[in-house]
Design a protein around this ligand. Structure first.
Ligand code: UDP
Ligand code: MN
Length: 257
C-alpha cells in the first residue's frame, strides 16, 4: 500500500532515489552502538522516511593522527557514489526523532532542534548535511585541509554560497549523545587549539575561496581502503550497512602506499 505512493511522480522524485548515509567514526563505540539500531528502527518505522532506499556506511579513520572530518567524509563519498544518488554526512552522536531525509536537488542541513551546543541558525551547517551527488562533485566535496576539530563545515557552506547553491534548512529534531568537547576549552569558553588553528586557516582561505576550493577536495583526495566489512545487528548481518577502515595519512604525510 505504502509502496504504491512511489508511483506518484512527485513522491518518486523525493523518495525513490538511493541515499547513502556516511558516518565518520573513530573511538566512539558507545555512540555507534546506539546510532545503528536507532537508524534501523527509524527507517523501518518513520511515517514517510520508511519509503527511502537507504544504506549506511561507517567510515573509520585508522591510526592515531588528528581526526579529519572533511577528509573522512570525502572517503565515504568516493566509496559509495556508484551506488547512490544523494549522500548524507551524519555525525555518530545525533539520533533522528522527527527528521526529513528525502532527496534534495541541492544541499540541505537536516538538524536544528536538539543541538548539543548553541549555534547561529543562519550559519550552522554541521552534524547532518546532505547533497545531491552531482552537486557534491561540483563543490569538489569537503576540504581535506582541516586536521583536528573545526572549520570544515564553514568552508563547505562558503563553497555552497560561492557556487550560488540554494541550501535548504530543514529543522529536524534530534537527540544528541553527550561527549567530551574537542572544540572548546570549557563550555561556552574559548576555542580549542585545533579550533583556533583551523579557524585561522579558514579565514586565510576565505578571500580566495573561489579558487582554493577547486584544488582541495575530491580532486586531490588520497586514501587507502584497509578493510570493508558488513555490519550485524543482534547477530543478523544487514544487507545495507558496511564498516570501512581507511588510511588517510596525517598532516604532511600521505597514506602508506
Ligand atoms: N568523530 C569521531 N571520533 C573522533 C572525532 C570525531 O567519530 O575522535 C566523528 C563523529 O561522527 C562525530 C563527528 O566526527 O560526531 C564530529 O565530531 P565531534 O562530535 O567531536 O564534534 P562536535 O560535537 O564538537 O561538533
Ligand atoms: Mn559531537
Amino acid at each position: 500500500m505504502l509502496d504504491d505512493l512511489l508511483s506518484v511522480p512527485e513522491i518518486a522524485d523525493r523518495y525513490g532515489r538511493r541515499l547513502a548515509i556516511i558516518i565518520p567514526y573513530r573511538d566512539r563505540a558507545e555512540h555507534l552502538s546506539q546510532l545503528l539500531p536507532h537508524f534501523a528502527m527509524y527507517f523501518a518505522q518513520d511515517k514517510i522516511d520508511r519509503l527511502l532506499n537507504v544504506s549506511f556506511h561507517v567510515i573509520e579513520q585508522a591510526g592515531k593522527g588528528p581526526f579529519n572530518l572533511g577528509k573522512v567524509r570525502n572517503c565515504g563519498y568516493v566509496l559509495t557514489r556508484d551506488t547512490s544518488d544523494y549522500t548524507c554526512f551524519h555525525d555518530v552522536d545525533y539520533l533522528p526523532i522527527w527528521a526529513d531525509y528525502s532527496y534534495t536537488p541541492t544541499a540541505a542541513r537536516l538538524i536544528w532542534h536538539g543541538l548539543r551546543l548553541p549555534e547561529d541558525p543562519e550559519f550552522f551547517f554541521g552534524a547532518a548535511n546532505m547533497f545531491d551527488n552531482q552537486v557534491f562533485e561540483r563543490l569538489n566535496g569537503f576540504p581535506n585541509c582541516y586536521w583536528g576539530w573545526g572549520s570544515e563545515d564553514q568552508e563547505m557552506l562558503a563553497r555552497c554560497i560561492i557556487t550560488d547553491l540554494a541550501v535548504e534548512r530543514r529543522d529536524g529534531t534530534f537527540r544528541s549523545l553527550p561527549h567530551a568537547d574537542r572544540g572548546y576549552k570549557s563550555p561556552g569558553g574559548p576555542l580549542s587549539d585545533d579550533g583556533e588553528r583551523n579557524l585561522a586557516l579558514f579565514n586565510e582561505r576565505a578571500e580566495e575561496m573561489h579558487n582554493l576550493m577547486k584544488d582541495d577536495g575530491l580532486n586531490n583526495l588520497e586514501f587507502k581502503l584497509l578493510r570493508k566489512a558488513p555490519i550485524a545487528l543482534q547477530g543478523a548481518v544487514l544487507k545495507n550497512a558496511f564498516h570501512y577502515l581507511v588510511d588517510i595519512g596525517e598532516p604532511g604525510k600521505p597514506p602508506e602506499a
